[in-house]
Design a protein around this ligand. Sequence first.
Ligand SMILES: *[C@@H]1O[C@H](CO)[C@@H](O)[C@H](O)[C@H]1NC(C)=O
Ligand SMILES: *[C@@H]1O[C@H](CO)[C@@H](O)[C@H](O)[C@H]1NC(C)=O
Length: 351
Amino acid sequence: MLTLYLSYAYLLISSAVTVANAAAEKSIFLLAGQSNMAGRGGVVNDTWDNYVPPESFPDLSILRLSADLNWQLATEPLHRDIDTNKVCGVGPGMAFASSLLRKDSSIGVVGLVPCAVGGTNISEWGRGGSLYKQLIRRAEAALEGGGTIRGLLWFQGESDTVSREDAESYKTRMQNFVFHVRADLLLPVLPVIQVALASGEGAYVEMVREGQLGMDLVNLRTIDAKGLNLEPDGLHLTTPSQVLLGNMLANAFMQTRPSAMITTNIASTIISQNFLTQFFSLGYEQINKEGAVEIKVDYVDYRSPASKDVPRKEKVEVNPDTGDKASDYANPGEALSSRVDLSHSKFDPNK
Ligand SMILES: *[C@@H]1O[C@H](CO)[C@@H](O)[C@H](O)[C@H]1NC(C)=O
Ligand SMILES: *[C@@H]1O[C@H](CO)[C@@H](O)[C@H](O)[C@H]1NC(C)=O
């Protein structure tokens, strides 16, 4: 069993990570979760009213990856060939993309990868399950034509409000989902924007929301859908609500850090030992005196060599340097997020 002890390790995401060729490349976003991500805006009694709001109009700069893995001009309903057991309507994806294009001219072409499926619970999204595999497969296919996966948009949890046990487990299950997606896509700080529930199928909506709002992973942002208007079913966001949500998702995404990894002491250490691919699961973000964002980690998973084999059971322990004083930072009070509260023992990288 191999254990590495690094006395001081951090991942440096330099502010220069800006997306040099962004204009030419696709900015790819994965959309996953359940019905409110798939979109039920304008769907009443299993019929979509066919109304597309201006914010969700097609745009030559917005593409979608179809179920048969072709890029095409994106139009509503975005999930029509993915979430096929139900009638789809308007979701947040198109409004998100057009909002992003308005806010960030360097974003280039936005490539949306719809993956959400109505009625699914967080356990079904676990690594190894068909939804998870489908998500990873579609993400990898999306990259084939070039581009960068810039973020994961996630709206799910309504199905986990029925039993207390599921509601209580939501936070841990969701955190594991994020770790696994980041590990399998080799994007350890992939921006994740999740939506705290506006509704639910059961009595434990508040409990799931607490789990969501209390999640504090690196480069994860949580926006709150509570209070947005719902369709008469009391479960699904209306079309205008979905447009609002798309804007909120874009605003939250703008506050995340780029997904590209630049340098990592850990990676170089591990690579030098023939272990490629490091995955830290907890850490916190800080801005150092050069103004760069540092993500400090104290727990790392790895697999070898590269992504071919199964993740290793052993874990690399990274101990934060005790000599690393707050005064090393220009604005220690402005750390972007606080320490992550996650018990190591709950995370099994093989699950
Ligand atoms: C939907 O179905 C309900 C019950 O059958 C009915 O009262 C309502 O008018 C229908 N709404 C629409 C928009 O068709
Ligand atoms: C999740 O949904 C699946 C399929 O409906 C079901 O078999 C399973 O029991 C659910 N899991 C939990 C933990 O609720």
